[in-house]
Design a binder for this molecule. Structure first.
Ligand code: HEM
Length: 491
């Protein structure tokens, strides 16, 4: 039995944090009856001091979330595309932890809001943890990491008003036409999922897979919900957010408690490396999808969530996911957003959870062991014992494999603040227009109403007009109807 289990089940006395028995947990110690409290009451001081330090900084984005453990099972042979061991055999199972989230809200924000949902998945593989830190949307608002802090500032609280401001949101989106596709998605029916169980997940970026022979493939991941897609209308969400702010979190926990384990069918789109340069869209542009007609999704696995965390703070708040956590056979693409994320997450973890965050139970590898020479720092647990803390050494210990996880990319040209290359059919509006034209008339009506309701709150005409103009460039009818709807609301 672990110390933690023992502590939970013990019938022994209450103790201080250092283990001494506590005589009175109701009355603090005073100098006489009715007198002032004494500094020698260590229990009181310890309780107050510990309480003051209960919080760690919340995530700067995706602060609000819920997680669960589960299993990923391989259902297709993908060994010709990747040498990743956890994908090496049909039927092979890997333990996972998935944290869902909203993006803009703070830790206590309601779940039922119009916002992308995070879909952060950790595979505890035998070759180390593989993290796929995606969203419920296949695309994103921007395509260069250098714009991310500015973008998020417009989604969060204004420095003066302390609230999210329509002016800031639409000013940034109007001036960032590449957002038109994702904004069309977000204000459409899928913009407010009914629960975390009733939505898809996407890796969103393009990643590299490489096989035993060293051949390279570009890959996009899709997690299709087997519960069916279910969404809330804006009115339903407004009501639910007030009545049950924890609606998504509660739904996930209760479904798992009932034994109704949510599952997703895992698919990939695969592009042979040599096709990337001439594909009609830049395959590394996060604001674009690869239409399924070009690269049909193929099923590769099943994801099931079947175990709730026991302790939300330890396992969800302190969980960390990094797009830079790859395993052999999987690597990054040159997507400029992904490249920025390769830095940002581990940096956030060091600040938010600390330098030993990787070694907490939820974060450390479960199917292998981390064997490095980094040591010490805050809350180091001494796990390396007396082993040498340098390499190379002549006392034994882990050594490098000489085999990179992913294959190198060929490059040309000079350094510079380059715009990512534009391919034959690339522009900021084509896929937004295609998405709009795919919608039924009823869907279009709801999309226009959702957008107009928000744009109408903008205080400056030029900001509203520029925002609407982007939708007009996506589709003439889209822009015309939106302009009329905004005018009707603004009077
Ligand atoms: C360059 C762009 C981006 C930057 C710099 C960035 C940065 C961050 C940071 C700093 C966090 C908090 C991490 C933590 O404290 O543990 C975070 C969380 C997250 N981000 Fe991003 N992000 C970017 C784009 C994206 C994109 C494109 C996606 C999805 C496709 C995404 C999905 C997530 C998710 C799901 C989380 C929550 C992870 C968790 O549950 O712990 N982010 N992001």
């Amino acid at each position: 039995m672990s110390v933690q289990d023992e502590a939970r089940t013990t019938t022994g006395p209450l103790t201080t944090e250092s283990g001494a028995p506590v005589a009175d947990n109701q009355n603090s110690e005073t100098a006489g009856i009715g007198g002032p409290v004494l500094v020698q009451d260590q229990l009181l001081l310890e309780k107050l001091a510990h309480f003051n330090r209960e919080r760690i900084p919340e995530r700067v984005v995706h602060a609000r979330g819920a997680g669960a453990y589960g299993t990923f099972t391989v259902t297709a042979d993908v060994t010709k595309y990747t040498r990743a061991k956890f994908l090496s055999e049909i039927g092979k199972e890997t333990e996972v932890f998935l944290r869902f989230s909203t993006v803009a809200g703070n830790l206590g924000a309601p779940d039922a809001v119009r916002d992308p949902r995070g879909f952060a998945l950790k595979f505890y593989t035998e070759e180390g943890n593989y993290d796929l830190v995606g969203n419920n949307t296949p695309v994103f608002f921007i395509k260069d990491a250098i714009k991310f802090p500015d973008f998020i500032h417009t989604q969060k609280r204004d420095p003066y008003t302390g609230s999210q401001e329509a002016d800031n949101v639409w000013d940034f989106w109007g001036l960032s036409p590449e957002a038109t596709h994702q904004v069309t998605w977000l204000f459409g029916d899928r913009g407010i999922p009914a629960s975390y169980r009733h939505m898809n997940g996407y890796g969103s970026h393009t990643f590299q897979w490489n096989n035993e022979a060293g051949e390279v493939f570009w890959v996009k991941y899709h997690f299709k919900t087997d519960q069916g897609i279910k969404n809330l209308t804006q009115d339903e969400a407004n009501k639910l957010a007030g009545e049950d702010p924890d609606s998504h979190q509660r739904d996930l926990r209760e479904a798992i408690e009932r034994g109704e384990f949510p599952t997703w069918t895992v698919q990939v789109q695969i592009m042979p490396a040599e096709e990337a340069a001439t594909y009609r869209f830049n395959p590394f542009d996060l604001t674009k999808v690869w239409p399924h007609a070009d690269y049909p999704p193929i099923e590769i696995g099943k994801l099931e969530l079947n175990r709730n965390p026991e302790n939300i703070f330890a396992e969800v708040e302190q969980s960390i996911f990094s797009p830079a956590h790859f395993v052999p056979g999987i690597g990054p693409s040159p997507d400029k957003m992904l490249q920025g994320r390769l830095f940002a997450y581990a940096d956030a973890h060091r600040y938010r959870v600390g330098i030993n965050a990787d070694h907490l139970p939820v974060n450390r590898p479960h199917a292998t062991e981390a064997r490095g020479y980094a040591r010490d720092g805050y809350l180091y647990d001494g796990r390396h014992g007396r082993a040498k803390n340098y390499e190379p050494n002549s006392f034994g210990g882990p050594v490098q494999t000489d085999r990179p996880l992913w294959q190198p990319s060929a490059l040309t040209g000079a350094t510079g603040n380059h715009v990512a290359p534009s391919h034959a059919e690339d522009d900021d509006f084509v896929q937004a227009g295609n998405l709009y034209r795919l919608m039924s008339e009823a869907e279009k009506e709801r999309l226009i109403a959702n957008l107009a309701g928000f744009i109408a709150k903008v205080s400056r005409d030029d900001i509203a007009e520029r925002a609407i103009d982007n939708f007009r460039k996506a589709d003439e009818d889209y822009g015309k109807r939106l302009e009329a709807a905004v005018q009707a609301l603004r009077g």
